[in-house]
Design a protein around this ligand. Sequence first.
Ligand SMILES: [Fe+2]
Length: 292
Amino acid sequence: MKLAVASCAKLQDTNPQPVWAEIQARRPDVLLLLGDNIYLSHDNHDEPAGLTAELQALYAAQFAEPNFAALLADLRARNCPVLAIYDDHDFLGNNRYGGDYGPALRQAARDAFIRAFAPAQTGGDVYHLHHLGPIDIAILDERFYRRSPAVSSTDRDAILGGTQWAWLEQIVHSPHQARYLVIASSTTLHTFGDESWEQYPAAFHRLVDLLHGREGALVLSGDVHRNAVYDDSGVIEIVTSAVARKGLIFGARRKNYGLLTFDDAKVNVDLQSLKSGSRFNFDIPLNHWELP
Ligand SMILES: [Fe+2]
């Protein structure tokens, strides 16, 4: 079971995006998009109609990018799922949190995402559990309910909101679990930039306590324009981000993505990057569940 993971694709600065053809050539069984899948040019929308119009136009452009379109067509033809979540740039804009805004604006952002990725669904929450052979994939919504750290750093329900927290805990405590549990998180668990779970200490510790010691569990995250692996808290985190972005300072091309291949005894993690320091290839054995 081969999982391809990517995040942060900005068509405005990286067009075309041949990296999707590279991913297609690796023949993944599932594509997981961790957010910032498009980039709003306007971070200051305050009324739903304008936000919806911009999101719809950006999704249309991204879905028409030939390499991305070919990858999606190939996955569809092979009956392989595309699992996605948004982050800030494909929601309300840079570092904005849904919980800080009225319901109309954030519902407009969520509806635009649903229309792009899951048109059969109408309304409702986008967090969900996906079963895929030996893997359970819990896709989190870390934008709709989240508020700024300034007002929720001590809130145990922070980032996810109470209902989503209860749903996630019930998954981890369920007696009927797949061998592996992948937590798909748009923002990073550990601090790499300015939007990690660590900015919310109460929620961070709640998640770490929940996953600690659960062999086969790992967090996959994006957002920070680099590949990285981390387990300081005792929970394994694999970060892969900037599948199609230009670097801010030198304008260097980034095409970072990950391939995780799960078998009965181990997961092989292959993080691709043009930067040698961001390339990783290693195994995590199920019976010795820690980074090598
Ligand atoms: Fe982001």
